[in-house]
Every structure is written in C-alpha cells, then in structure tokens.
Design a protein around this ligand. Structure first.
Ligand SMILES: C[S@@+](CC[C@H](N)C(=O)[O-])C[C@H]1O[C@@H](n2cnc3c(N)ncnc32)[C@H](O)[C@@H]1O
Length: 222
C-alpha cells in the first residue's frame, strides 16, 4: 500500500511523538490553555522547543535571550531545561499574553530565573548592549514581529558569545516568502526574503534553515 504525502506527514508526526522525549505535562497544559483562548496560536511547535532544549544542552547554555514571549511556551520549556544558575532575559510588549506566561513560570517554579522586559525589543536589546551584555548570551530565540528581524539579528549577534546560537522562527512567513515576487508583497515579506537570502553570505556565522514549524533558521556565531 502506498502512503500518500499528507498521510505520511501525519503518521510521521504521530511516530515522532511516540519515540521522542515526552512533552512535560505543564507544557501540554500551557499549550491547551493558549489554544482555548486564542484564535491564532503563536507558540513555537513542541518539536521546535525540543530542538531548542537539545541545542541548549549541547552547548551547555546558561544565558538565554528571548524576543517574543507570548503565553510562555518557549520560555517555560527553556527555563525548565536550563541549569539551576541559568537565566533568561525575556522581551515582549503585551501584558495580557505575558500574564499567562508569568502564571506558568510560577507553576513550573522557574520565575526566579526570568527577567521580563515589557517594552519594544529593540529598546531592550540596545539597553543590554549599553550595559555590557555583549558576548553574554549562549542562546537566543527571535520570535516576534517580522519587519525588524534584520535589526534584531544584528543586535543579537553582538549579544551572543562566540559559539553561541541564534534561532529565528517563522522565516517562511507561512510560505509567503517562497512565492514569486509580487508588487503587492508586504514589507515583512520583502524584508524576510532578502534577509533569508543574505545569511548564507554572512562570514560572521554558520547557518542552516530547517523546515520545522514555519521555518526555523539556526545561526552559530563564529
Ligand atoms: C510568535 S509570538 C512568540 C511565541 C513564543 N516564543 C512562544 O513560544 O510562545 C510573538 C510575540 O512577540 C511579541 N511582540 C510583537 N512585537 C514586539 C516588539 N516590537 N517587541 C517585543 N515583543 C514583540 C508579541 O506580543 C507576541 O507575544
């Protein structure tokens, strides 16, 4: 019997859930609560969180910077995975979303590891650069508004240590960056298309884009 492509994707998904590490119950609860309250769930996919955790353990990360907290799926997952003396700097602008994140940080017993800056992320990143945090972070996730992505990237490259990793989520913009260019393309599509194409020529980094979730780019600073 031939398996059709869409059946294969769903079978593969179920099989991966069976053989990979299980999602901790608190993250399942967070994911379900987010799905029940929000029409468009913007959390990273569980398999993306698993990859981030795996990478953080591979590079023995202690300091994690997150741009885009939302209801806290990625930050809670990372806080649970970081060592006892690990720390998260978290950036968002939305109190309603991040109040849910705070609730889960509390439930997971990781609130003490996380500082949340509630202001546009570019302001926070400039503040961190001005306060001697360059080369400080081991791992970064960029997962917020898309138009400033190149600006987030340049600042994060200063903030991450050599050998550290920057992950950027949603680099496919739900497939829109892959379509042929059109006059009515939004600013974010144009910017992300150009940004995605530029990374492979950036001699400061090693990069790879994976078809995980809505496209996840992994960047290691040389
Ligand atoms: C895709 S969601 C983040 C998902 C999160 N990483 C998770 O796994 O649950 C994007 C978040 O970016 C935040 N955001 C949008 N613009 C921002 C800005 N200029 N500065 C900081 N955060 C911003 C939104 O409020 C939203 O919570």
């Amino acid at each position: 019997m031939t398996i059709q492509p869409n059946q294969f994707t769903s079978l593969q998904q179920q099989y991966l859930v069976k053989i990979n590490p299980a999602e901790p119950p608190i993250l399942t609860e967070l994911r379900n609560e987010t799905a029940s309250h929000r029409k468009h769930n913007m959390s990273i996919a569980p398999e993306q969180a698993q990859l981030m955790i795996w990478l953080s353990q591979l590079i023995q990360a202690r300091y994690y910077l997150e741009i885009g907290v939302y209801t806290g799926y990625s930050s809670t997952a990372m806080a649970m995975a970081l060592p006892q003396d690990g720390h998260i700097t978290a950036c968002d602008i939305n109190v309603t979303y991040t109040d849910i994140a705070r609730k889960y940080w509390q439930k997971a017993g990781v609130s003490a590891k996380i500082d949340l800056y509630l202001q546009p992320a570019l302001i926070t990143l400039d503040h961190l650069i001005a306060h001697q945090k360059t080369g400080h972070y081991d791992l970064v996730l960029i997962d917020a508004d898309k138009t400033p992505t190149p600006h987030y990237y340049e600042r994060c490259l200063q903030l991450v240590r050599s050998g550290g990793i920057i992950a950027i989520d949603n680099v496919f913009l739900h497939g829109r960056v892959m379509q042929a260019e059109q006059a009515r393309d939004s600013e974010s599509i144009k910017i992300l298309r150009q940004f995605n194409a530029s990374l492979v020529h950036d001699s400061r980094i090693r990069m790879l884009t994976l078809p995980l979730g809505d496209g996840l780019t992994l960047i290691q600073k040389k």
